[in-house]
Design a protein. Sequence first.
Length: 319
Amino acid sequence: MANTVINKTTSTGLAVQKQTYYDRKLLMETKKRLVFDRFARKIILPTNEGKTWRGRQYNDLPVPTTALTEGVNPAGLLMDQDEVTATAAEWGAFVEATSLLRKVSFDPVATTDALRLLGRNAKDAIDKAYLTALSTAGTVQFGGDATDTDEVAAGDTITINDIQKAIRTLELADAPKFSREGSLEHYVCITSPYGVYNLRRDNDWQAPHEYVDTKNIYSGELGMYNGVVFVSSSNYFVDEGAGAGTPGIDVHSTFVFGEEAYGGVYLGSDAVRTIVHPPGSSGAVDALDMLGTIGWKLDGFVPVILHNDWLVRIEHAVA
């Protein structure tokens, strides 16, 4: 059934106090699971001022290579800038419940099962949107001896050496590092559980419990190596059948990046809203008060690559 009737949550059947509870519950279910969103620069567009964000980033000025000549002014330097644009769009999903189900067990269904599922659904939608943007961005590296995606063979799994190469690339690009209380400045690596399996077997791995201060570690954080914090995500990019062999093996992507490599443009707020329409709130569309809905919505969101040189994408096989 198409949801064509928009109602205020205060118009029928739902107390303000209960709506507040729903909002907090869904936000908790969503935020505790987000990975890619956590490291994005949040760009909030004010309401009633359009949905397109435009950002400018200046390129470095040419560095003088010779000394000045007495009494002679050199040529002026030109300021060169690039423009980045992104247009936010609405995101959301909902589930339906019959009036009979709600009469029998409304609270358990709405506040526990539905909200948990919707929170996970919102998390996956947001994280996968970031993942899609990152999957075609950045400086590309390849595992093992591969020099292109179709050369990645089964033995070209990700190694600490690949991480060292990524660090070198980011440092050459002057990519800024993340910082947090009680920890050294660091880059971030997001990989899949498959990538973690390979990396964890290295003797240089430093586990979270070995940190000086563990209270500020990121959710999902697995360890640190040489100034890179590793975070595992169950959302990961796989280029199916794109690697070497017949048929080709699946090629996975691991991302290593600095602060503000990418961001998220949000309209009004980055908070996920809960929208509840109890049975009887939709007028003629639900003539017999049979159906109600509960859903999540972002009023506007789009991921954006801010500094392509501050992101390294490692394409590799997995064991």
